[in-house]
Design a protein around this ligand. Structure first.
Ligand code: WT7
Length: 639
């Protein structure tokens, strides 16, 4: 298999980019020829960013799983599709060929169908990183159901919120998940969530950890039993349900600057074409190579670059159940050597956490199979970039710094491995089809080079967010209203003398903690649930490993016992309401918060104090009570 649309030189990139913005329909129409359609599209693109209303490949009919599985069978049926490495290094790994994966997805599509799942139904998937997670995702796509994967670190409350928002009537889960030294009781978390979700008709439970679970009659069934029923019928194939190009493929919840997480909706055809195109071009994937993306399928990175991008390209995708530091900090390197991994795609936070262990864990590791390294999720600092380049890539592997978002579906700004130039800490240039621009706070475009501003995108790429589930207006407000006719990313960026982009981080009230997006308002709401809390304000601060840490200023009514215990109570409240990923790193008790006369909290000041700046706090004269600032600065937590 080779990819006729793989770009192999800088000149080819430049001309592809030019063509893609001058004639997007011609450009993407040609790429889309290389997929399997039940019916070709009538029109490649129609759009406006006002509503927004974006349609790619309108009139086209397809099923993404025929593109990820069926079409590879004849020639590549015995190729490994998924290699799975378990959490425990002593447990045997698994390899699923395209043939085997196809078989299992068909089986499980029958299971879903037998349990009532139909086209358009929402199915929530809450599982650990096992092949059955990928199988469940693909089986949903095969029956035309809309999957909504929820990361295993979210709490029962977060799951309930998402189930209600999506009105998901079906759940696929596991008894539990292994992650490092921990066993996470997934089904029991689901049981807690379902107290508030009586509309859920069925949960299908895969056995992974053999943790005892309560199975409720009429609602809960075992994955294995349901598969057995399909086997008794002789495992008939499951004919893929024909989908419209613009039918929703999945919902993935993500945090914004206000309120509850929103359900980002991606559409079948555009998402397929763009994740495939970017997978092949950014990583310069060569047939037969092993691609190891260390993300969890619960995040967009896993959706796009473990499942859909690689599989639609007939690639071998390595899935790892565990964490980089267990049983020791050499685990990634052992996996790279064990499977002769060619492409390693991970997050700066993982690199920094491994750097902290020194070079010991790298000793004796070959790492000579590596050809390309990638990073994603947050800005990578120079030090981490150099370490990755020197000690992992041995100065021999291009590093792709891929900037994108849940809403963009695939990578928008990145160098292409070995094809376009790289520059440490820079995502560099837009991919074909992507027109970035910088604007000032009034929405005026900032032209020229050596400038910074708010990062926007001018026109649609195939996997742009279509809507936020159940609330199109929210999508409009969030992404398309700050600057009329533009998609606003929420990120700030600078453009250097070469026109290369460097993403500097969020300019809204969204934190990026270990590459995970968390809204400050969400964390505040969770803290405020604690009975003793009067009010709180949350900001980010620079954190050596996590990138950003969570700093909470809390007004507490009456302190019983000591502050440390109260801190733990607040932390456990946040864990309950959102999940362990949103736990504040620091909680400072304060008497008041810096507010303007109109009652707005001046976060700028709180951010400065959290960053360690206690002297030059800027203009505080507009504050209702400027004296609180000095108290807060004095009480700043240093550890
Ligand atoms: C936010 C999106 C995209 C998959 C993982 C995160 C930040 C992402 C980079 C990068 C600098 C980056 C941005 C973006 N971000 N990649 N290469 N350099 N920042 O997805 O949870 O939707 O978060 O992550 O701030 O807006 P997400």
């Amino acid at each position: 298999m080779s990819y006729p649309y793989q770009i192999e030189s800088y000149e080819a990139y430049q001309s592809a980019w030019k063509q893609s913005v001058e004639d997007p329909e011609g450009f993407w129409g040609k790429v889309a020829e290389h997929f399997q359609w039940r019916r070709k599209w009538d029109k490649v693109l129609s759009w406006n960013f006002r509503d927004p209303d974006v349609k790619w490949f309108e009139g086209g009919r397809l099923n993404i799983t025929e593109n990820c599985l069926d079409r590879h069978l004849e020639r590549y049926g015995n190729y490994p599709a998924i290699i799975w490495e378990p959490n425990h290094p002593d447990e045997h790994h698994r390899v699923l060929t395209y043939q085997q994966l196809h078989f299992k997805v068909n089986q499980f599509a029958h299971v879903l169908h037998n349990n009532g799942v139909r086209k358009g139904d929402r199915v929530c998937i809450y599982m650990g990183m096992i092949p059955e997670l990928a199988i469940a995702v693909l089986a949903c796509a095969r029956v035309g159901a809309i999957h909504s994967v929820i990361f295993g670190g979210f709490s029962a409350q977060s799951i309930a919120d998402r189930l209600q928002d999506a009105q998901a009537e079906y759940i696929v889960t596991c008894d539990g998940a292994f992650r490092g030294g921990k066993d996470i009781p997934l089904k029991s978390v689901i049981d807690d969530a379902l107290i508030a979700c009586p509309f859920v008709k069925r949960t299908i439970v895969f056995t992974r950890t053999r943790t005892p679970v309560s199975m409720i009659k009429g609602r809960d069934v075992w994955w294995e039993d349901e598969i057995h029923k399909v086997e008794t019928l002789g495992n008939p194939p499951f004919p893929a349900v024909e989908m419209d190009a613009e039918d929703p493929l999945f919902i993935l919840y993500t945090s914004g600057s206000t309120g509850k997480p929103k359900g980002v909706v991606h559409a079948c055809a555009g998402y397929m074409v763009y994740t495939n195109y970017t997978f092949v071009n950014v990583f310069q994937y060569k047939p037969g190579e092993v691609h190891f993306c260390t993300a969890d399928i619960g995040w967009i990175t896993g959706h796009s670059y473990i499942v859909y991008g690689p599989l639609s390209a007939g690639a071998t995708s390595l899935m790892f159940e565990g964490i980089p530091t267990w049983p020791d900090a050499g685990r990634f390197w052992d996996i790279v050597d064990k499977f002769r991994v060619n492409i390693l795609y991970t997050a700066p936070t993982a690199i920094r956490s491994l750097m902290a262990f020194g070079l010991g864990p790298l000793q004796g590791k070959q790492l000579d199979s590596l050809r390309v390294l990638g990073t994603v999720g947050e800005p990578i600092n120079e030090e981490a970039w150099q370490w990755y380049n020197e000690h992992v890539g041995k100065r021999n592997c291009p590093i792709v710094d891929t900037w994108w978002q849940t809403e963009t579906g695939g990578v928008l700004i990145s160098n292409m491995a070995g094809v376009t130039p790289s520059k440490p800490t820079y995502a560099t240039l837009p991919l074909p089809g992507v027109e970035p621009l910088l604007v000032d706070e009034h929405g005026q475009e900032i032209k020229g080079n050596n400038v910074s501003g708010n990062l926007c995108i001018r026109s649609p790429w195939p996997s742009v967010i279509r809507t936020t589930y159940g609330d199109h207006e929210r999508c409009q407000k969030n992404y398309f209203s700050a600057y009329p006719e533009l998609y606003f990313t929420g990120d700030g960026a600078m453009r250097d003398e070469n026109g290369f982009y460097r993403i500097t981080g969020r300019v809204d009230d969204v934190l990026n903690v270990s590459g995970h997006r968390i809204g400050t308002a969400e964390v505040e709401n969770a803290i405020n649930m604690h009975a003793g809390v009067v009010e709180s304000a949350v900001v980010g601060y620079p954190h050596d490993i996590k990138g950003q840490g969570i700093y909470a200023y809390v007004i507490f009514s009456e302190m019983h016992g000591d502050e440390e215990l109260t801190r733990r109570d607040i932390t456990s409240t946040v864990s309950r309401i959102i999940g362990p990923i949103a736990k504040p790193d620091k909680i400072q008790f304060v008497k008041g918060l810096p507010k303007t006369r109109s009652g707005k909290i001046m976060r700028r000041i709180l951010r400065k104090i959290a960053e360690g700046e206690t002297e030059n706090l800027g203009d505080t004269t507009t504050l209702l009570d400027p004296s609180v600032v000095q108290d807060i600065a004095k009480g700043r937590l240093t550890h």
